[in-house]
Design a binder for this molecule. Structure first.
Ligand code: PMP
Length: 446
């Protein structure tokens, strides 16, 4: 059947998804897919939540949408109150958008405007990390360190510098403790600021737990505290990108809570509306809000659908469901279960080098050699084959990687809905084990 949709991959017609049932998606042929990645760490309540559905229907019945250049709305105000009541210290306002890339773009522009309001126009540089992902729009792509996604658009990107990620499995040396390692890589930020010139750097951007480039890599203890100190010393804003790792995914509402610091701006999306509606936001600290309010009084930005009433109603119902049903407790319990089950299954697997993560955000890293941690030749496309074979087996897991321009390895991310049960964790691991066996047998590596 030919399609007029320009799909992500023009050569592949994906199956049509027609229904959701808890953590399963059902296609037009009646095949059921266990959504072990929540799509891309989005569907934290599964695909048939009655409360979110009711909230959407109720809001559409009253008023689906009113342009934010004219109106506020009850769902937008209530969602902002709810988010700030549970936000990291210092966050006072919420700027709504429709997704993760839009949130990153807004945060970058807000950082720039903040310094213009303060009379520091030379602060225009942004520093980020290699092996990171912040979105696909040109600004977000510029700060991202995913070389595969950036490469063909390099001439269009804005100037951003990149320092090392905090990636202990790959980079911690035998002669250093985790803390020493964390300080070493955090100090690269200070060197980068000094190289660019103090007074010229506006912001540093980082994911508290890296998602879409290296599969659930958390920083070592102390890394983010040191990052915060360096930002404070040089007056650089800290933008935390929690689009993927936030809103409960790692077992606390915000991943940064586990590091004992807060950012100046924090992006959130995916788990905010659980995929029931497209929505993202920037949490804005008081000092930035005050600088804009007492300066030009107008954040020079905006999108047609920001603060969309139905999207906000869906997100509010999502956040209430997470709290009222105590789902973060399940995230922690099932996260441990998933880690333990993956470890029990693959601890001695010759081609799995690392199993890691927090909460229901877990990554598996494939290696050609466990002792040297040498990655597979990217031409083998291990991660893509895992995704494809898993999908044929009725399992959704999120692949990433391929060694390109210094970016290492094949990874698979698991980010199941927060409602996942013990039994379903068992199903995820056994379908994944079957998939891994099939892929390596087909590669002649069994
Ligand atoms: N930031 C991070 C950390 C992400 O993981 C993503 C999406 N994977 C984005 C930004 C971009 O979000 P979106 O795809 O909703 O534009």
């Amino acid at each position: 059947m030919s399609s007029h949709v320009l799909h992500r991959n023009s050569l592949v017609q994906p199956p049509r998804a027609v229904a959701g049932d808890g953590i399963y998606i059902i296609d037009a042929n009646g095949k059921r897919y266990l959504d072990a990645s929540g799509g891309a760490a989005v569907s934290c309540l599964g695909h048939s939540d009655p409360d979110v559905r009711a909230a959407i229907i109720e809001q559409v019945g009253k008023l689906a949408y009113a342009h934010s250049g004219f109106f506020s709305s009850d769902p937008m105000e209530e969602l902002a109150d709810d988010l700030i009541a549970h936000a990291p210290a210092g966050m006072e306002k919420v700027y709504f958008v429709s997704g993760g890339s839009e949130a990153v773009e807004a945060a970058l522009k807000m950082a720039r405007q903040y310094f213009l309001e303060l009379g520091e126009p030379d602060r225009k540089f942004v520093i980020a990390r290699r092996q990171s992902y912040h979105g696909n729009t040109l600004g977000a792509l510029s700060v991202g360190g995913n070389m595969w996604r950036r490469r063909q658009f390099e001439p269009l990107l804005i100037d951003a510098s990149h320092v090392s990620p905090c990636y202990a499995y790959r980079d911690q040396q035998a002669n250093e403790t985790a803390e020493q390692y964390g300080l070493r890589v955090a100090n690269e930020l200070e060197e980068a600021i000094l190289t660019l010139g103090t007074g010229r750097v506006a912001a540093f951007v980082a994911e508290p737990v890296v998602g879409a480039t290296s599969g659930a890599v958390a920083a070592v203890p102390g890394y983010f505290k040191r990052i915060r100190e360096i930002c404070d010393r040089y007056g650089v804003l800290l933008i935390l990108d929690e689009v993927m790792c936030g809103m409960g995914r790692t077992g606390t509402l915000h991943a940064i809570e586990q590091e004992g610091i807060s950012g100046d701006l924090q992006t959130i999306a995916k788990g905010l509306g659980a995929g029931y509606q497209p929505i993202g936001a920037v949490l804005v600290s008081g000092k930035i809000d005050r600088a804009i309010a007492s300066g030009s009084g107008f954040f020079q930005h905006g999108h047609t659908y920001q603060g969309h009433a139905t999207a906000c109603a869906a997100a509010l119902a999502t956040q209430r469901a997470i709290r009222d049903r105590d789902l973060l407790a399940n995230v922690n319990i099932q996260g441990e279960n998933l880690q333990n089950a993956l470890t029990a299954q693959f601890a001695n697997h010759p081609y799995i080098g690392d199993i890691r993560g927090r909460g229901l955000f877990r990554g598996v890293e494939f290696v050609a050699d466990r002792a040297t941690k040498e990655p597979f030749d990217p031409a083998r496309k291990i991660n893509a084959k895992i995704k494809k074979t898993a999908f044929a087996n009725g399992l959704m897991c999120y692949p990433m990687g391929g060694t390109i321009d210094g970016q290492l390895g094949d990874h698979v991310l698991f980010a199941p809905p927060y409602i996942v049960s013990d039994e379903q964790i068992g199903d995820i691991v056994s379908l994944f084990a079957k998939t891994v066996d099939q892929v390596f047998a087909a590669e002649g590596l069994a």
